[in-house]
Design a protein around this ligand. Structure first.
Ligand code: MN
Length: 231
């Protein structure tokens, strides 16, 4: 079964992660988790056949089409995982803090099963932070992991090498507005209690978030830009 690996790696009496189950139907949820484990990374998740196909993007996504980011295929996750934000206890699989960095929908170009089989998945993201065309391109197999590259398509959402890094510009949870440190400390939801319960498709009703960016993120972006401009 598709979630066997996911379940085998976790002790659900200890971790707050959902046990989850395979979902009927064919939804197109998309999520990107920011995961401060032994090494900070980002987990790309695309719903296919009732589960979330998942890749650990070691350096996170880039909006620069010239930046190819290593994306290691990992075990399928349940769709319920898209709503998970919290801390996995130290010593457990993936121990560390997990943030919902982005979420929304994805749209494959062509048959995604064929794309995955041939090692080139072209798709569109409709998230709150990541949008437009993207590519996952498989490298040769190494060990039991499949290494892919995550590459931004060259479109209106693309940025150049000298533009702001979206990871610096928009570092907070798209659902609760919290930083990794605030999630780790168990701080409250900055966007109000409804945040985590919101339907994944719904846009945030938070008035401090304009165009998907919070005031804090805009401030962070300005700082990042200033740093970039002075160094
Ligand atoms: Mn991870």
């Amino acid at each position: 079964m598709a979630l066997d690996n996911y379940r085998k790696k976790r002790r659900f009496a200890v971790t707050p992660e959902p046990r989850g189950r395979k979902r009927p139907g064919s939804g197109h949820h998309y999520a990107m988790h920011k995961h401060a484990a032994r090494r900070l990374h980002y987990d790309l998740r695309l719903e296919l056949d009732g589960v979330m196909k998942s890749w650990a993007v070691t350096r996170g996504p880039s909006l620069d089409p010239g930046e190819k980011r290593l994306a290691v295929a990992v075990e399928d996750h349940p769709v319920e995982y898209n709503s998970f934000e919290g801390t996995i206890p130290a010593g457990e699989y993936g121990g560390g803090t997990v943030m919902i960095w982005d979420r929304g929908r994805w749209l494959p170009e062509g048959d995604p099963h064929k794309g995955l089989a041939k090692g080139h998945l072209a798709f569109e993201l409709d998230g709150e932070k990541l949008r437009g065309r993207w590519h996952l391109v498989r490298l040769r197999e190494r060990d039991r992991h499949e290494n892919w590259l995550l590459i931004k398509g060259d479109d209106a959402q693309a940025r150049g090498p000298d533009d702001n890094d979206i990871l610096q510009e928009q570092p907070f949870s798209v659902v609760t507005g919290r930083s990794i440190e605030e999630i780790a400390a168990g701080k409250g939801d900055r966007k109000g209690k409804a945040g985590l319960a919101q339907h994944p498709y719904s846009r945030s009703a938070d008035t401090s978030s304009i165009g998907g960016r919070t005031q804090r993120e805009k401030a962070a972006g300005r700082h990042a830009w200033r740093r970039g401009a002075t160094t």
